[in-house]
Ligand binder design. Structure first.
Ligand code: PDD
Length: 280
């Protein structure tokens, strides 16, 4: 039995009491979005950025009638109810288009309420993490990767393909251009400049990516939101991944491209140190 208290459609209850209809459009069509927010010592990290991204995702799905502003209070309550109000934790929100009376592609009428689910889990802040080995894979996902959709099959298949190659993450390329990973953004230091794919429909606009770029700008580390190719990655002096669960994660090798770096390199190390300052 799971003793965890979760949020479900406006109330807090034990996880075991949540009942979701098989007609829920999240189940039938992956018609929903999600967010993952980190808390350090009970304090949310960049919550307003996550809320803004969630609003963009909801707008992209034309999923109206859901108030993102209420998420902070509900998140705080979840921390408290689970005894995590001073802990390092991970908050997950999922909103789907709800359950109509029958399966149909067409959006149901406005009387069908969204399904809203939230949970928190303890996630200790651990440093340092083993540098990552990633596998270069073709990005076969759809071309709305900017929406934080629960339709993650492309990410899941690729993540597990990377695992089967002995890597811990995927490094996606689309037509030779590096986009991101299955659950992280990707950056490389090329000719002394930190480069990462610009915001577009081919990547998720990561909050940790944004923080890394802000640190670069504050510390006069040259950086550019400009895509790079696999050929350019071969010239890189270092590479790193960014994401809510891994923060700044150095890359030590790329399987499939026979690339290796001593990791973390000096720029990555600097970003990791500055990131750690920000969360404490
Ligand atoms: N993943 N790219 C993809 C495809 C992602 O799924 C994520 C986050 C990121 C990094 O975004 P951020 O820095 O805002 O976490 C990039 C979350 C954590 C997940 O799916 O669990």
């Amino acid at each position: 039995m799971n003793e965890q208290t979760v949020y479900f459609n406006g109330r807090f209850c034990p996880l075991d009491q949540v009942r979701i209809s098989p007609l829920d459009r999240g189940f039938l069509f992956a018609d929903g979005v999600y967010e993952v927010v980190r808390a350090y010592g009970g304090k949310w990290f960049r919550l307003s950025d996550h809320a803004a991204r969630l609003e963009r995702s909801l707008a992209a799905l034309e999923l109206a009638g859901f108030d993102v502003a209420g998420l902070e209070g509900a998140g705080n309550e979840l921390l408290k109810l689970n005894g995590l109000d001073r802990a390092d934790a991970l908050l997950y929100w999922q909103i789907t288009r709800g359950a109509a009376d029958f399966r149909a592609h067409a959006y149901p009428d406005a009387s069908v309420a969204a399904t809203v689910f939230g949970m928190v889990n303890r996630l200790p802040h651990r440093r340092p993490e083993e540098p990552a080995v990633v596998a270069a894979l073709e990005d076969r996902r759809w071309s709305r990767c900017d929406i934080k959709s629960v339709a993650l099959l492309g990410n899941v298949l690729s993540f597990n393909e990377a695992r089967s190659q002995g890597a811990v993450e995927a490094l996606f390329q689309r037509g030779g251009t590096v986009t991101e990973g299955a659950s992280v953004n990707v950056a490389a230091v090329i000719d002394g400049t930190v480069r990462t794919h610009p915001e577009s429909e081919y990547i998720l606009s990561g909050i940790s990516r944004k923080v890394a770029l802000e640190i670069c700008r504050e510390d006069d580390i040259p950086c550019r939101e400009e895509a790079f190719s696999l050929a350019e990655l071969r010239r890189a002096s270092e590479a790193f991944l960014t994401g809510t669960t891994h923060e700044i994660w150095p890359v030590r090798a790329v399987i499939g491209e026979a690339l290796e770096w001593p990791a973390p390199g000096p720029v990555t190390r600097r970003l990791m140190a500055r990131f750690s300052e920000l969360i404490r």
